[in-house]
Design a protein around this ligand. Structure first.
Ligand code: GDP
Length: 466
């Protein structure tokens, strides 16, 4: 039973027209009254003169809203104060709320945690809410909204329901072995398990793509120093993609640039920092760039067209996966030489080769087209409601493993007709146990079972006010 009433600024910091405070808990309505907001009708935006109850000083003209439990975001009594967005107003209101008995500032993610506790959101929806707030591109927004709408949880609960039905049939066989079980009950249960397994497998095939779509596809621009990597990145960013944000990468010296490429989130590791260390420890710089490249979804390997091409063999990291070779500085060569250089490269590997110039911009559109086609190809295999997090992936792989064990126990190499008779399955109770495990694993997505340990982790990543 939650007793505290919590409050927080739900809108962002920094000067803005309005700022929104959220108050949730049994004393929310009382707090509004104490500030002079009266008791407005539920869900009706009402003007109020808010005053500090301690000093009586007026704080702001505000728009206030009351959402009585349970029809609120948290499922508790909630009040929203839409005040003017100035620093002093925000500080004054926060001080006044903090001075009220039984009110305290919310912890990060505490509103969502209460919504979860009160059954307003399941865990996948809570995660989607965090994604929605963090979404930088259209594709991310669409994905987050779909999951927030419960698409992922619905799919998991459908599997749970189907398996629960199968479990009931198997248990009937176990419990009433001597009695008249409808012929084919077990076969039907096993067919359901089989079908669920097939569906789970198809979702698991796109699991990486869903995560990438949420967090960004990784693109690595690699190549020797001075071939034009930074110039190319700048050109790509200017031409089509908007630079959304720059964050420090996990590796020192690597800056990640988030691009919005035709609505898709792309993270490019800018290895410009590596170049500075290149003189000193060139091999270390190259090593790091290659490690980075290996983990990327797509590699752009840049070669200076104006330098002799018979140089080093192409690195394994480039040859190994999805890569494209960019023959840069094509402006320095006559067209015929560029074509010749392309042919030399193509004879050395089976990768696509695109001639570009980061200086003039020639060929950049081809590069962007290539990247887009690559991403679209990846996304084409993605069904509805993809998995977006490792947590989902783990739950699903646990479920899949349990079902595989169940099927192995029941020996699905036999035809349905052969397992139609209960006695053909040696230990139906063991099959039932595996199915139970699978159901539990699926339940973890929505957070209905076994989740205490992950709750703290998930909610602590939220910022205050959500
Ligand atoms: P990085 O070390 O691979 O990141 O290379 P930079 O992007 O810093 O480029 C190295 C040098 O090559 C700079 O002086 C660039 O101006 C020049 N450069 C890069 N791309 C081109 C190009 O397409 N054509 C020409 N002519 N020069 C280029």
């Amino acid at each position: 039973m939650v007793e505290d009433t919590i409050f927080a600024l739900a809108s962002g910091h920094g000067a803005a027209g309005i700022a929104v405070f959220r108050i949730s808990g049994p004393r929310a309505a009382g707090a509004l009254a104490a500030l002079g907001g009266g008791r407005p009708a539920p869900r009706l935006a009402t003007m109020a003169r808010l005053c500090d109850p301690a000093s009586g000083e007026m704080l702001d003209h505000a728009l206030v809203l009351r959402f009585p439990a349970p029809a609120s975001f948290t499922g508790e009594d909630v009040v929203e104060l839409h005040v003017h967005g100035g620093r002093a107003v925000i500080d004054g209101v926060a001080r006044a709320l903090g001075g009220l008995e039984g009110l305290r500032p919310a912890e990060p993610g505490e509103f969502s945690r209460r919504a979860f506790a009160n059954g307003k959101l399941d865990l996948a929806q809570v995660e989607a809410l965090a994604d929605l707030v963090a979404a930088e591109t259209e594709a991310q927004r669409r994905l987050a909204l779909e999951q927030y709408g419960g698409a992922l949880s619905r799919r998991f609960s459908q599997w749970q329901e189907r398996l629960t039905g199968a479990l009931a049939e198997i248990e009937a066989v176990v419990d009433f072995a001597d009695e008249d079980i409808p012929a084919g009950a077990l076969a039907h249960a096993l067919e359901e398990i089989n079908e669920t397994t097939r569906e789970i497998d198809s979702v698991r095939q796109g699991e990486d793509t869903g995560e990438r779509l949420r967090s960004g596809f990784h693109l690595a621009i690699i190549g020797a120093p001075n071939v034009g990597k930074s110039s190319l990145l700048n050109m790509l960013a200017q031409r089509e993609a908007a630079i959304v944000s720059e964050t420090e990468g996990t590796t020192r010296d690597v800056v990640e640039i988030h691009l919005d490429l035709a609505g898709l989130p792309v993270i490019v590791a800018d290895t410009a920092g590596l170049r500075e260390t290149a003189d000193r420890v060139e091999s270390e710089g190259v090593r790091r760039a290659l490690v980075r490249a290996e983990a990327a979804d797509l590699r752009l390997f840049v070669i200076d067209a104006s330098r002799p091409l018979a140089v080093d063999p192409l690195p394994a990291a480039v040859l190994g996966g999805d890569s494209v070779i960019l023959l840069n500085k094509a402006d320095r060569l006559p067209l015929a030489s560029v074509e010749q250089a392309k042919n030399v490269l193509k004879s050395k590997c089976s990768l696509p080769v695109i001639a570009v110039s980061a200086l003039t911009g020639a060929g950049i559109d081809d590069v962007l087209r290539h990247i887009r086609a690559f991403l679209e190809d990846k996304l084409s295999g993605l069904g509805p409601a993809p998995l977006t997090r490792e947590r989902h992936r783990l739950a699903l792989s646990d479920a899949a493993e349990a079902l595989a064990r169940a099927l192995a126990l029941a020996d699905r190499s036999a035809t349905p007709e052969q397992v139609a008779e209960p006695e053909l399955v040696a230990e139906p109770e063991l099959v039932a146990e595996e199915v139970r495990l699978a159901i539990r694993a699926l339940g973890r997505i929505a957070g209905r079972v076994d989740v205490e340990d992950v709750l703290d982790l998930i909610f602590s990543r939220f910022c205050v006010g959500k």
